[in-house]
Every structure is written in structure tokens, then in C-alpha cells.
Design a protein around this ligand. Structure first.
Ligand code: ADP
Length: 647
């Protein structure tokens, strides 16, 4: 076994690899960008080395810097985690050339599976079922459109170099094909530097079921059962579980064999995942699943497999990389109970899941039987715009599926995430959604149920604001009491910013999530606070932070501060300025100066945190200024376009 490992990654996966490596007695070497100098993965390591500025293209994605660091410290192997360089065949080769073991498959296997079109062609040859479609060389828009027609709508356009749901468009009608193709190609070219696409039949009521496979250098290849990752939003996994609901032992054997055959066909070694799309319209069946792609690395969702098999996949990866045979034979792999994982992201479900960066004011996890938390951040840490905004993976394991879902929901509801918005309430609502619990779901489940799952943007949580107002008055009263050296005071003594509005009543101006709101305080008999008629919520947690309070209630977060009467709490955008919602890159600007636009018209697209955001005109008017050009990096709040409103 190796004596040392360099982890070429960050965040939760770097921490997770470090834990196993430490347990196995390896020296753990971390690398970090400038943004991560104080990160958890750096502190967990035995030693850590800086590799450059915050953007991944200047640090975590620079193979030379990582290999130089590994050589300088004498690391015997490099574990790439997932993302970054994990599926980069050139990096795997460079490791070998430097005499360092790459913890992953041979470069040829990465290449064989790297492009979706080539992988599909190879699988067809091996007899693994593949979704009907076109995955050839010709890329003429007209030709592709004909192919789509032949395949029959709905179809899915996919980037051949794609990943993470990028460069993917579902098309329902022939008339929509051109626009969808253009969008897919643009996204593919900006994300992967390769605009080629393939077209395949869109499977209706699709379930995403993937097989964890493992192969060693001695000719052994087995599978460690399946995971169901059908709960997705924008083709990205949200909740994953193992085993898959409705999976029979017979189907598992057939799918497992197909996955192992896929791995063997490319000379695989190490951990890999063969992803299938299954037709779930009338129950899973052995002739109703097709190969989508193989991910030649450890997956984000590997913990659910670890939970039901009792195995440590990172340990297996290190053993196989060191030349050891697989520790188990196929028939020795068992399934115990059910496991579910929720991906907890810094994003705001009430605002279209917009990523939400910033400092983590508070972060607390429940400790409960059967609950595992994989995280890479701590309270005081920061979710930056440079990397994936995942805060943690919360994994629950229990004897049955329903118990595992309850356990996960409970753990999520007891988790405290303050600062950036999070999807914690959304994940808990998913775990408790009746149809999902009954096993009636496919990849469209989240979209169909979004209204009942995600909190509405409109309407302040007034009871939450009232709870914060009560705390604030209490705290200010205490401060004054301490300053005066006497007992608790009546708020009448607080001199600043109170407006008197009648006998023993007052109005306290507040800002809640940037919106101006007043708390009405009645001091006739104790301190009674209301906001818009609502009394303080009893089920809220109020957390004090700097100049205000964060209130957590029913999966929602409300930030409450005192409002300085001189400064409006919200900035009116009626001046026609259209600004960047977050740090990002301008992908396209669709209008010219002097153009007439109508309210709601598309003006520009900004890519931020791996998503495209469309900026639209707030008013009818004339484009007065264009302040940013395509490919330009812009800061949050930067003006992109100014519209002179029509009067
Ligand atoms: P990526 O590599 O970008 O993640 P995948 O090929 O793995 O793309 O597909 C991502 C998701 O898109 C799948 O999990 C599934 O939900 C959906 N999907 C892919 N192919 C099909 C298809 N032919 N029919 C229906 N849904 C599909």
C-alpha cells in the first residue's frame, strides 16, 4: 500500500478522501487555491501546498502545477476526486510519466468513454443496449434536424463532450429544434470547447439508474449494485438512493452484467459508474434500459452504495491502484437496508434556485443514528462563486426505504445553515412528498411538483420577522440596561429611530430581506410585537449575526436588520438599469444601443455558477447604454444594459 497520497481536489470530496487515507495510515497532501487557504480540506491534511489563484482554470485544473507539487513532496499517488482533472486522460498520462500513480482508470479507458458518441458506438459493438438516436460525425443543423424528425419527437440534444447536464436540450416539436440546437451548441462550445452534439430519443417517464462497477488489474470486474438518481432538476441529480425502488433481483443481475461488460470492453480499472436510462412508464423491465454514459471516476453519490454494502469505495480505489486484487467476489457483495442522499446546495429555491454565495454565519449538523454528513465547509467559511456551491451531502441509512427517507428529512430539518440561502427545506419536502415515497416518480418529478416543493418567492414570512424584532428589542433593552447599570428598560428609553404612534405603542422600522417593514410594539403589558398583524413565530430559530438577525423557519431563511430611515431599504430599478444578478460571464448580448425593447424582452445571457441566467428588459424603452460585451467577466450588481423608459 502507498505511504502517501496527494488529493487534487477541494471541498467535501477532498475531506472524504482524506478521512479514508488517514484511516489507512497514508500521509495526506492537499493542494489549494488562494480562495481555499483556510478551507477544511487544507486543515485536515498533513501538509498543504498552494497552486494558484481562485479560478479553477488557474489552480485545480492546471495539471502541471499539481504534478510539480506531487513531485516536490514525493507523493506516491494522486487521487483526483470527481470533477476537475478526474476524467482527464492527459492528466492520467502525465502522472504516469512523472512516476506517480493516478488513482483511476487507464488513460485509454477514460478516452474510450470520454465522448458520448464514441462511447455509444463502442457499447453498441459490445451488445450493451444504447438509446436509439444519431451519434455520427455530421453536424450540419439541417441534417441534424432531419435526424431528429426520423428518430421522432420528443428528442434530446446532448453535447458529445457533455457532463453535468450542460449542452443538453429536450425538444418537443420540430418547430423548436433550431433554437434548441443553437442553445445546446453554444453551451457545449463554451463549456467543453467542443460544439458537437448527438441526438437521441427522449425516453418517456425516464428513470436514471446507474451501476457502480469496480475492476482490478488482475482481470476481475464486479458491480456493487445500483443507485437510482431520478430526482433531478435541469438534468442534475438532487436526491440519490440505493437500491432502486422497483428493482428486481433478475433485472439487477442483467443490468449488472451489462455494466461489467461495458467496463471490460474498455479495459477498465478502478471505480466507475455505468449510467443507464430506464423506461419507468410501466415498471422496470430487463428489455427497458439503455446505456447513457460511463463516468470514469468516483461519483458524488457513492456514499449510498457504501451505506448499503458496508464498503469504503475510496479504500477500494487505493487498493486497486496499488495493484491489489478486488477484496470481494460478486456473490460476496450484499445489500443491507436502504440509503438516501440529499445534495445540500447554497441556492435559493424561491428564486429559481439561484446560487447564493457568502459567508456561512452558522452551520450545524444533527448527529443521529444512520446519518452521515460529508461536507467541506464550516461555520465562518465561505461559499465562493468560484466553485460548485455544494455545502454538504446528507446521507441517511435505515432498514427500509420509508425509514431512510424519514431519517433524511429529520436530519435536514435539524440542520442549521445560515448565511447563504440553501435548499435544505426543499430537500426535506422532497423526502416527504407522498408520490416519491410511494415509488411513483421519474426524472420529471421535481419539475411537475415544483410549486408544492419550493417555497414561493412572494410574501415575507412576517411571523419570522416578528420573532427577530422581539429578539432585537430584547437585546437593545438589555444593552441599555447594562449601560445604565440598572434593570431592564422599557423601549421608551431607547432614543433612536422610534416613532411614537399612540399611547404605549411604537413602530420600529426594519428591513427584512431588503424590504421595508415595520414592527408594531405594544408595551402596555410586557413586550408584544407584531409585524403585519403576525405575532412572533414559536417555531423559528433566531440567530444573531453582526448587524442583524437570521430567522430560520420551515426551511426558509429571513434576514432582519434595523432600517435606517434615511436610506431606502430597496433600490428601485425603475431607472432602467439591468444589472448582473451575480459574479459571472456575459455569454451574449442580444440588443444594440438605440434599439426599442419591450418589457420582458431578452437582453443578455450571463453564465454564473454553471447556469445561464437570462436578463430581460424591466420596462418598455430604448437601449441607452450597453455596458458589457460577450465574454466579459462581470461582478455582482454591475450594470449590463441601461434602458431609457418610454414615457
Ligand atoms: P450529463 O453527462 O450531462 O450528466 P447524461 O447523459 O448523463 O448527461 O444525462 C443526464 C440526465 O438527462 C439523465 O440522468 C436523464 O435524467 C436525462 N436523460 C439523458 N438521456 C435521456 C433520454 N434519452 N431520455 C430521457 N432522459 C434522458
Amino acid at each position: 500500500m502507498f505511504k502517501s497520497v496527494l488529493i487534487a481536489n477541494r471541498g467535501e470530496i477532498a475531506c472524504r478522501i482524506a478521512r479514508t487515507a488517514h484511516r489507512m495510515g497514508l500521509r495526506v497532501i492537499a493542494v489549494y487555491s488562494e480562495a481555499d487557504a483556510g478551507a477544511l480540506h487544507v486543515r485536515m491534511a498533513d501538509e498543504a501546498h498552494p497552486i494558484g489563484p481562485a479560478p479553477a482554470t488557474q489552480s485545480y485544473l492546471v495539471a502541471d502545477k499539481i504534478i510539480a507539487a506531487a513531485r516536490a513532496v514525493g507523493a506516491e499517488c494522486i487521487h483526483p476526486g470527481y470533477g476537475f482533472l478526474s476524467e482527464n486522460a492527459g492528466f492520467a498520462e502525465a502522472c504516469a510519466a512523472a512516476g506517480i500513480v493516478f488513482v483511476g482508470p487507464p488513460p485509454a479507458a477514460i478516452r474510450a468513454m470520454g465522448l458520448k458518441d464514441r462511447a455509444k458506438a463502442a457499447m453498441e459493438k459490445t451488445g450493451v443496449p444504447v438509446v436509439p438516436g444519431y451519434h455520427g460525425e455530421l453536424q450540419e443543423p439541417k441534417f441534424l434536424k432531419e435526424k431528429a424528425y426520423e428518430i421522432g419527437y420528443p428528442v434530446l440534444i446532448k453535447a458529445v463532450a457533455g457532463g453535468g447536464g450542460k449542452g443538453m436540450r429536450r425538444v418537443e416539436r420540430h418547430a423548436d429544434f433550431d433554437a434548441a440546437l443553437e442553445g445546446a451548441m453554444r453551451e457545449a462550445s463554451s463549456s467543453f470547447g467542443d460544439e458537437r452534439v448527438l441526438i437521441e430519443k427522449y425516453v418517456t417517464a425516464p428513470r436514471h439508474i446507474e451501476m457502480q462497477v469496480f475492476a482490478d488489474a488482475h482481470g476481475n470486474a464486479i458491480h456493487l449494485n445500483e443507485r437510482d438518481c431520478s430526482l433531478q432538476r435541469r438534468h442534475q441529480k438532487v436526491i440519490e438512493e440505493a437500491p432502486a425502488p422497483g428493482m428486481s433481483a433478475e433485472l439487477r443481475a442483467v443490468m449488472g452484467q451489462a455494466a461489467v461488460a461495458a467496463a471490460k470492453a474498455v479495459g477498465y480499472r478502478g471505480a466507475g459508474t455505468v449510467e443507464f436510462i430506464a423506461d419507468g412508464a410501466s415498471g422496470l423491465r430487463p428489455d427497458g434500459f439503455w446505456f447513457m454514459e460511463m463516468n470514469t471516476r468516483l461519483q458524488v453519490e457513492h456514499p449510498v452504495t457504501e451505506a448499503i454494502t458496508g464498503l469504503d469505495l475510496v479504500e477500494w480505489q487505493l487498493r486497486v491502484a496499488a495493484g491489489e486484487p478486488l477484496p470481494l467476489r460478486q456473490e460476496q457483495v450484499k445489500i443491507g437496508g436502504h440509503a438516501v442522499e440529499g445534495r445540500l446546495y447554497a441556492e435559493d429555491p424561491s428564486r429559481g434556485f439561484l446560487p447564493s454565495t457568502g459567508k456561512l454565519i452558522a452551520l450545524q449538523w444533527p448527529s443521529a443514528e444512520g446519518v452521515r454528513i460529508d461536507t467541506g465547509v464550516e461555520a465562518g467559511g465561505e461559499v465562493t462563486p468560484f466553485y460548485d456551491p455544494m455545502i454538504a451531502k446528507v446521507i441517511a441509512h435505515a432498514p427500509t426505504r420509508v425509514e431512510a427517507l424519514d431519517r433524511l428529512a429529520g436530519a435536514l430539518e435539524r440542520s442549521v445553515v445560515v448565511g447563504p440561502r440553501s435548499n435544505v427545506g426543499f430537500l426535506a419536502a422532497l423526502c416527504r412528498a407522498p408520490d416519491f415515497r410511494d415509488g411513483h416518480f421519474d426524472t420529471g418529478f421535481i419539475d411537475r411538483h415544483l410549486d408544492s416543493l419550493a417555497p414561493k418567492a412572494e410574501g415575507l414570512d412576517r411571523a419570522a420577522v416578528a420573532a427577530a424584532a422581539a429578539m432585537l428589542l430584547q437585546a437593545e433593552g438589555d444593552t441599555i440596561a447594562r449601560r445604565n447599570g440598572d434593570g431592564p428598560q422599557s423601549p421608551w428609553d431607547i432614543a433612536d429611530a422610534f416613532q411614537f404612534s399612540g399611547h404605549r405603542r411604537m413602530t420600529v422600522p426594519l428591513a427584512a430581506d431588503g424590504e421595508a417593514v415595520n414592527a408594531e410594539v405594544d408595551y402596555s403589558g410586557g413586550l408584544a410585537v407584531t409585524v403585519g398583524g403576525e405575532t412572533p413565530a414559536s417555531d423559528a430559530s433566531v440567530i444573531s449575526a453582526g448587524d442583524g438577525y437570521y430567522v430560520l423557519r420551515r426551511g426558509r431563511q429571513t434576514r432582519v436588520t434595523r432600517r435606517d430611515l434615511a436610506v431606502p431599504a430597496t433600490h428601485s430599478k425603475s431607472d432602467g438599469a439591468v444589472t448582473a444578478p451575480m459574479h459571472g460571464k456575459v455569454l451574449a448580448v442580444f440588443v444594440d444601443e438605440g434599439a426599442h425593447v419591450v418589457r420582458g424582452q431578452r437582453l443578455a445571457i450571463i453564465e454564473a455558477m454553471k447556469m445561464e441566467h437570462t436578463l430581460t428588459a424591466p420596462v418598455d424603452g430604448v437601449v441607452e447604454t450597453i455596458a458589457a460585451a460577450a465574454n466579459e467577466q462581470v461582478a455582482e450588481g454591475a450594470t449590463i444594459v441601461v434602458i431609457k423608459p418610454e414615457v
